[in-house]
Design a protein. Structure first.
Length: 101
């Protein structure tokens, strides 16, 4: 949804004679209804959660998307580190068994 709005906005900006229809309150309201389900992050303080809800819907959607991407990246890196640690632990155990035998 947001890429479509952005494309419409850019097209109207490129043609100075056209008013940007995406800047209207009606569009913001409908977008707010669609994006309204975006909740502030659980880790945020109450004051920041309240402030998040006052942001324009498009900004809330972008923040939520970027946070989801960040979370996915961190989990992937965490899993990679755990795998590396397991490999090192297994190697250490294998090497320890060879020296004992």
């Amino acid at each position: 949804m947001l890429p479509i709005l952005d494309a419409i906005r850019r097209m109207h900006i490129a043609h100075n004679a056209l008013a940007d229809p995406t800047a209207s309150r009606a569009v913001e309201f409908v977008l707010g209804q669609i994006v309204g389900q975006v909740e502030p992050l659980r880790s945020w303080p109450k004051a920041e959660k309240a402030l998040f809800l006052t942001l324009p819907p498009a900004i809330r959607a972008i923040i939520a998307r970027r946070e989801a991407e960040r979370e996915t990246y961190l989990r992937t890196k965490q899993n990679q580190l755990i795998e590396e640690l397991n490999k090192l632990t297994e190697k250490k155990q294998t090497d320890g068994n060879k020296t004992e035998g």
